[in-house]
Design a protein around this ligand. Structure first.
Ligand SMILES: C[S@@+](CC[C@H](N)C(=O)[O-])C[C@H]1O[C@@H](n2cnc3c(N)ncnc32)[C@H](O)[C@@H]1O
Length: 262
């Protein structure tokens, strides 16, 4: 790879322009060319690019065009920032861009962002890993037109009864509910849906497996929604003493604090 020929792949965060990292913002402000996923990345964030920057919307472009433009600009000595929604590593479709850029002998530097899964958890004030309840979070999607690998069917993942975060699944709710039930999830299992987390029109719904489909229909939610499911989403979890972390328990000794004997 010759010289410093690279594209910065920057996670913009879930929507709120203040939720980009300090590093991501600095690179965005220095870039000569900013390509971004319009409709998913806030215009207010892109407006922070320098006035003379070339700003390109990627939604109308196909992959080869997108990569062609980035490669051209990098070869012309320009600094290119490719801005993705949330964190680029989760359902970010970056691999195909990285592969084609590599063919052009152009590298990438990925700058992480706040994924919508964590923005949704924050909107709910939820902890997704609760001691002695679940210590695992599964990030996945329901199977629609895009297949999921045989060993990753939702009913099999759900058999672990962990917290599950579903991306890209708002139109597949009937299937989601059916598979959760097949995995033995009770109808009263808590589910929370956050649509457009951190945007001004954010919508939060707390429901259950049994009510999820009706609630999604009632609120007309068909896109841009994070679905978090499992008992960690129990709205009453804060009152349940048995699930307190040991970390701050006064009898628990760890590297930085000696616990007291009771
Ligand atoms: C193509 S994926 C991109 C995910 C992104 N890389 C991330 O880390 O959040 C798009 C899906 O992410 C979720 N999503 C993205 N932004 C969201 C937001 N602000 N609120 C709720 N869900 C969001 C939705 O499930 C949506 O269908």
């Amino acid at each position: 790879m010759s010289g410093n020929r690279k594209v910065y792949l920057i996670g913009a965060g879930p929507g709120d322009p203040d939720l980009i990292t300090v590093k991501g913002l600095r690179l965005l402000q220095e870039a000569d060319v900013v390509m971004y996923t319009d409709s998913l990345v806030s215009e207010a964030l892109i407006a922070k690019a320098k006035p003379e920057a070339e700003v390109i919307k990627s939604a109308g472009l196909e992959l080869n065009e997108m990569v062609g433009i980035m490669a051209d600009r990098v070869r012309a000595g320009k600094m290119v920032a490719r801005v993705h929604t949330g964190d680029p590593s989760v359902f970010g479709a970056i691999m195909e861009q990285v592969a084609l850029l590599k063919k052009e002998e152009i590298g990438v530097e990925v700058v992480p962002g706040v994924s919508s899964v964590f923005a949704a958890a924050a909107a709910l004030g939820a902890e997704l890993t609760i001691p002695e309840l679940t210590q695992t979070l599964i990030l996945t999607r329901a199977e629609g037109r895009t297949p999921v690998p045989e060993l990753e069917k939702l009913r099999d993942l759900a058999a672990h009864h962990t917290t599950i975060a579903l991306f890209l699944s708002a139109t597949l709710i009937r299937k989601v509910v059916a598979e959760l039930r097949e995995a033995g999830w009770r109808d009263d299992t808590p589910v929370a849906v956050v649509q457009r987390a951190t945007w001004p029109d954010q919508l939060v719904i707390r429901t259950t497996v049994g009510e999820l489909e009706a609630q999604m229909r009632e609120h007309g939610i068909r896109s841009h929604a994070m679905i978090l499911a499992g008992w960690a989403l129990d709205p009453d979890i804060h009152g349940k003493e048995q699930y307190r972390s040991k970390l701050y328990d006064k009898t628990f000794t760890h590297r930085f604090r000696r616990g007291v004997k009771e």
